[in-house]
Design a protein around this ligand. Structure first.
Ligand SMILES: CC(C)(COP(=O)(O)OP(=O)(O)OC[C@H]1O[C@@H](n2cnc3c(N)ncnc32)[C@H](O)[C@@H]1OP(=O)(O)O)[C@@H](O)C(=O)NCCC(=O)NCCS
Length: 157
């Protein structure tokens, strides 16, 4: 696991769009493009897991005060189900804690109910409901379920 650099952008875009193809039943269009990833790299950072012929996984992190936001968690489809998603989230938590982060937040599209158990298994809990930001892309009705996890013991919050 390492922090991504600009030359990783094409691979981050490739594996993110491959991984998020699972959302094509409810959201139209590709999940991201090089310009967006380049911008996100300026306002935050990606952690990536290199593999034999490219990247196997990536995740975006951005500071929001003492909170951090985790987004675009992606494991290449042929690498899923082997613990890499769990390791990416664990590495993300470590990186945020090292920068003084106290909470890690993320959102899940409401149609992706299988992800609720995934994030709850990693210690997150649902804390809010938000509107989907690009309603013109929706094929089915969707909102965002916000999940959060404390990164430090309650007495240090
Ligand atoms: C979601 C995603 C990142 C998970 O990565 P992964 O490498 O397949 O997941 P892991 O193998 O690390 O699984 C981690 C744990 O979650 C569990 N898990 C996986 N799916 C689950 C589910 N539907 N419900 C409950 N637990 C689940 C696994 O059993 C595993 O637990 P274990 O370690 O105790 O066995 C990956 O499937 C992906 O990239 N999906 C497409 C993009 C996406 O949906 N991103 C998130 C958008 S919010």
């Amino acid at each position: 696991m390492r922090r991504a650099i600009a030359s990783d952008i094409p691979e981050i875009v490739r594996i993110t769009n491959l991984a998020y193809a699972v959302e094509a039943f409810c959201i139209r269009g590709e999940r991201t493009r090089p310009k967006e990833v380049a911008h996100l790299m300026e306002v935050g950072m990606f952690l990536v897991e290199p593999g034999g012929s490219g990247l196997m996984g990536s995740v975006f992190l951005r500071r929001e005060g003492t909170r951090w936001y985790l987004g675009l968690l992606s494991v290449a489809p042929d690498c899923q189900g082997r613990g890499l998603g769990r390791r990416l989230v664990g590495a993300a938590e470590e990186a945020c804690r090292a920068e003084g982060g106290k909470f890690l937040d993320l959102t899940v599209v409401s149609q992706r109910k299988e992800l609720f158990g995934f994030y709850e298994g990693l210690g997150f809990h649902a804390c809010d409901v938000l509107p989907f930001r690009e309603p013109e892309k929706l094929i089915l009705p969707c909102h965002l379920v916000k999940y959060t996890k404390a990164l430090v013991p309650a007495e240090d919050l």
